[in-house]
Design a binder for this molecule. Structure first.
Ligand code: PAF
Length: 281
């Protein structure tokens, strides 16, 4: 497995691979890898001939009060995990190569970026779209693989890819969960024992919502209320949002029908966790 840090070298390698007819599968990450990321690499291997994973903690997608500085970084461990998962190349650029002095260009999708996560994290998706667009240009992938855990991110990236005509197929893989249902996340490592224990309520509450919908409940407000009550039973939980939205527009639904996204963000202590379920009625 190769490690490339130079953007120019990465782009040259990718162009060479493409000229040889190889299909490049790409898994963008911020490192601190877990089972969820590794499932994306496995999918990438099945799709293409050459798997590139990027490791880059992107400063542009963190707010000024967010955890950019303390975001977990462990390149040595990530390398081992990626090697075992069968990754062919790690692209790990330096911040100053991605955003050199005088950098000015950003990609943004206002319409989708100001809702849900974006409402709580202004500028987050502008940072995500910008880095993913840059990575697409550098890595030149045929396939790019993302996790359903970041549902809004996947929807926005799909839209950006279509709107900007990137010749990339976006693949979204199911959320990987711990045994008790908590979605795997690099941020789970911030949780203390009590917070970690209470955080399992997130999946349980999503499942409750799903169960109500499957049982015929048509009023989104009733579902959100029940979920809110369940989460609030956990004394360390502080709800940011619970939403039932359309999967394309991310607008709240008035009536339960079609394909819906039930999503939430909840803080346990200082750690903000997100999760979601896609539900078809
Ligand atoms: O999902 C993530 O880890 C990041 O948002 C991504 C897509 C790697 C962009 O920095």
């Amino acid at each position: 497995m190769q490690l490339v840090t130079s953007t120019k070298k990465m782009q040259q390698l990718s162009l060479l691979l493409r000229r040889k007819g190889k299909k490049i599968s790409f898994v963008p990450t911020m490192g601190a890898l877990h089972k969820g990321h590794l499932s994306l690499v496995k999918k990438a291997k099945r799709l293409g001939d050459f798997v590139v994973a990027s490791i880059f903690v992107n400063p542009a997608q963190f707010g000024p009060k967010e955890d950019y500085k303390k975001y977990p970084r462990d390149l040595r461990k990530d390398k081992e995990l990626l090697q075992q998962a069968g990754c062919d190349l790690i692209f790990a650029p330096r911040v100053e190569d991605i955003y050199p002095e005088g950098y000015l260009t950003y990609v943004n999708i206002d319409e989708l970026s100001n809702k849900l996560e974006g409402a709580s994290r202004p500028g987050h998706f502008k940072g995500v779209c910008t880095i993913v667009a840059k990575l697409f240009n550098i890595v030149q992938p045929d396939f790019a693989i993302f996790g359903q855990k970041d549902a809004q991110q996947a929807i926005i990236i799909q839209k950006m890819t279509e709107d900007l005509n990137f010749p990339v197929r976006i693949i979204v893989c199911p959320t990987v969960r711990e045994k008790d249902g908590l979605a795997c996340s690099s941020r789970n490592s911030y949780l203390n024992t009590e917070e970690r224990d209470q955080a399992k309520i997130l999946y349980q509450s999503l499942k409750l919502g799903q169960k109500m919908i499957k049982a015929g409940e048509k009023n989104p407000l009733k579902i959100i209320k029940k979920i809110r009550e369940l989460i609030n039973n956990q004394k360390l939980a502080k709800i940011d949002y619970i939403a039932l939205t359309d999967t394309q527009t991310l607008e709240p639904v008035r009536k339960i029908k079609g394909e819906l996204l039930l999503s939430l963000a909840v803080k346990f202590g200082k750690t903000r966790l997100i999760d979601n379920l896609k539900i078809c009625v």
